[in-house]
Design a protein. Structure first.
Length: 170
């Protein structure tokens, strides 16, 4: 065997190994992105829609904000998104509300009467308008499903929160 044959065979073997590694690691189906894993909030939103016609999706919001953005709200009847502070693990005092919504919406702004405090938990709930076009939590009913569960989602105020602003696909 000639002297140059061994290095040539070795070079061919190394090249074949490199080509095999590249080909087996390449994803030929990369044109479709893998959908993100469902988060607990997304699962809660999906469950609301499975048992009722009203649902709300809210991500954590930036502390200090005087308004929140509700990622998505689905409403069977005209109504409002209402925000409450926390009172020992249940909704407490009303601190903000949306304008009248006819059917919900995406990236709905909700003005607050006070800034969100870092580390605190808040509640966003759906209320059905009683027909007068004005929010009155003593007259307007909370949106509930067939099992009488309230359409509500908690969120926290965090310094590092960055609520989603791209299209939401529930």
């Amino acid at each position: 065997m000639p002297r140059y044959a061994i290095p040539f065979v070795l070079v061919l073997a190394v090249a074949a190994i490199i080509i095999a590694i590249v080909l087996t690691s390449f994803d030929f189906h990369h044109s479709k992105p893998t959908p993100p894993q469902s988060t607990p909030r997304q699962q809660t939103f999906d469950q609301m829609l499975q048992v009722g016609s009203d649902a709300i999706y809210v991500e954590d919001q930036t502390s200090g904000a005087t308004a929140i953005t509700v990622g998505f709200a689905v409403m069977k009847d005209p109504g409002f998104i209402v925000v409450f502070n926390d009172d020992g693990g249940v909704p407490g005092r009303l601190i903000g509300s949306s304008d009248l919504l006819l059917a919900g919406g995406e990236h709905v702004p909700v003005a607050l009467n006070e800034p969100l405090e870092n580390g605190k938990v808040y509640y966003a709930a759906l209320y059905r308008d009683d027909g007068d076009g004005k929010l009155d939590v003593t007259k307007d009913r909370q949106a509930t499903d067939a099992d009488n569960n309230v359409a509500l989602m908690t969120f926290a105020a965090k310094e590092t929160a960055e609520p989603e602003d791209s299209p939401v696909l529930p």
